[in-house]
Design a protein around this ligand. Sequence first.
Ligand SMILES: [Zn+2]
Length: 181
Amino acid sequence: MEIIKINCNSCGAGLQIPDKVEFFNCSFCGSQLKMVKSAGAQFTEVVGELVEHTEAISQNTNIIQLEKAIERLDRDWERRKEQLGLEEHDGSNRQVAITIMGGVASLAFIIFWINGASSMSSHFDDPMAKVFPLFGVAMLVIVLINMLSTPQKLSSFQKAKQQYEEKRRELLTELQQARRE
Ligand SMILES: [Zn+2]
């Protein structure tokens, strides 16, 4: 068995390695080395560092993917809020109260309008005078439909918001883990 004098390709230390051995560790820096024989010359190639490097790259890819997943989730949520027509709402009880109060104020105004318009129209024989109270009734119907659909809309909004926040928390936890590794 022949002993080869060779240098570590990582730290430069002189090593003595049996010529049949292909993989070994540097006794000085611990690098995983590979014996390379090429055109009558022998030298070492670092294997260990290469492996760590590859692991670091795949770890980074994982982090980037998680960050992208969170961005995508946020974008989807913004779009979903627009679809629900409640983008300015946060789904809180305060928002629900404001919505109901707004509806009640609208109703009060419309009833006041119908009342005034019908007492005015009773003084005119022109059938056009009936348009004003009828306009008020149409408004009343629209506001009522809107008010009645609000609790349903808000509850599906809150459900969607909950799902979004849960998913986001999961992704963030994964991301924090990936960054710590
Ligand atoms: Zn070494």
